[in-house]
Write a new protein. Structure first.
Length: 318
């Protein structure tokens, strides 16, 4: 245990500037999120109420306050979405790739640290601050979003990309999976620049796979409504599909209709055998089941990638 602690301290000293930059990013993010949740949201809410009143009364209103809120909110949401890529790039290029390319890893293995302890110390020294920092940013982002929800009309809805990922644990587990991806890539490639590029590509594929898989990890809801009532449930949650229900009960895509009259479109739908509209989606009550099931899958992926890293290292070192 003492050897592992010494190796972790050495890892911290070796990568202290990367950890300092990460800590600075988290601190700045916390400050911006607190500003967003406090003064910025209050100003935007007041400006939105005035803007809403002026729209009904046909008067002019200053929209700079809630547009400023929109820009800052979008920026912070994009930063949260980019965290896994930042972690993967650093892990692949610096945490393992640089040591493998320069030969310092082999030197470390001839000292007190075994290859397994060397890798474990890097995973521990990097994983803890990544998880804690990402979790703090996600928690504050959710708080800032909840303060503005219903008060600022330009705020993201819960199912929109930045709010959906920025408000839940999936981003945290994606960061951990990206860390494991970068570590494994650095061990396999053993070159800094190729490991950096491959880590980013693999993380993009991992993010895409999680985004595609997530809606299928929980049973969705299907709402059926009459043609004259329109689509019920559309733009209220995470949509999987929508279309027309036929007389046989089949669900088909909505036939094309460019007419301005709903009566004309309804006759076209009926000619295709349609009787009702349908929307298959995840409502707000499914948010946490979707987040937690996807997070569990990502943690399993992280564990498998970590095990693969130890296997690769064991094979390379005999």
């Amino acid at each position: 245990m003492s050897t592992l602690s010494a190796s972790a301290r050495w890892t911290f000293r070796l990568h202290r500037w990367a950890l300092i930059v990460w800590a600075a990013l988290v601190v700045v993010g916390i400050g911006l999120l607190l500003w967003l949740a406090g003064p910025l949201t209050d100003e935007a809410a007041r400006a939105w109420r005035l803007y809403d009143t002026c729209r009904a009364a046909s008067c002019d209103a200053d929209d700079s306050a809630f547009m400023r809120y929109l820009h800052v909110s979008n920026l912070l949401g994009q930063i949260l979405l980019g965290l896994p890529f930042l972690v993967a790039g650093w892990a692949g290029a610096s945490l393992t790739g640089r040591d493998m390319e320069s030969g310092t890893a082999s030197l470390a293995w001839t000292q007190a640290a075994t290859p397994a302890r060397w890798l474990a110390s890097r995973l521990a020294a990097a994983g803890a601050p990544v998880a804690v920092g990402a979790a703090c940013l996600v928690a504050l982002h959710r708080y800032a979003w909840s303060v503005a929800d219903g008060r600022v009309g330009v705020a993201d809805r819960w199912w929109q990309l930045r709010a959906f990922y920025g408000n839940g644990p999936v981003i945290v587990t994606l960061c951990l999976a990206a860390l494991a991806t970068g570590v494994l890539t650095g061990l396999v490639v053993r070159r800094v620049l190729p490991a950096l590029g491959i880590s980013l590509v693999l993380t993009a594929l991992l993010f895409t796979a999680a985004h595609w898989l997530m809606p299928h990890l929980w049973t969705p809801v299907t709402e059926v409504s009459r043609f004259q009532d329109g689509y019920r449930g559309l733009y209220t949650g995470v949509e999987l599909s929508h279309g027309v229900v036929t007389r046989t009960g089949a669900h088909i895509p909505t036939p094309e209709c460019h007419a301005r009259s709903m009566d004309v479109c309804r006759r076209i739908y009926e000619q295709h055998g349609g009787t009702d509209f349908y929307v298959t989606f995840h409502p707000a009550s499914h948010y946490w089941p979707l987040q937690l099931t996807t997070s569990a899958v990502l943690l399993v992926v992280t564990a498998l990638l970590t095990a693969a890293s130890f296997a690769v290292l064991r094979r390379r070192t005999g």
